[in-house]
Design a protein around this ligand. Structure first.
Ligand code: SF4
Ligand code: SF4
Length: 72
């Protein structure tokens, strides 16, 4: 299965949680950080992202970019 990682544009995230719910492997969570708008941005907190793109597609604010990690 593909491996991936995500990057969150933290200041675009409004902590709605849609991406957390959408992730099939449950590697996302609302972080303890506070962004410029006073929201807690999402973070990937453990390995296991499969680069499926569901989080990015579910985000109403386009705050997530998904990257596929090429296997060695
Ligand atoms: S790309 Fe898929 S597996 Fe990776 S964090 Fe997003 S929803 Fe989860
Ligand atoms: S769906 Fe987008 S705005 Fe909502 S918590 Fe996830 S990254 Fe933040």
């Amino acid at each position: 299965m593909a491996k991936g990682r995500i990057e969150v544009s933290e200041n675009y995230c409004k902590s709605c949680g849609l991406c957390v719910a959408a992730c099939p492997v449950k590697v996302l969570r609302i972080s303890d950080k506070i962004n410029a708008k006073g929201h807690r941005p999402v973070e990937q907190y453990k390995e296991g992202c499969i680069a499926c793109g569901m989080c990015a597609m579910s985000c109403p604010d386009a705050a997530i970019e998904v990257y596929r990690i090429e296997e060695e």
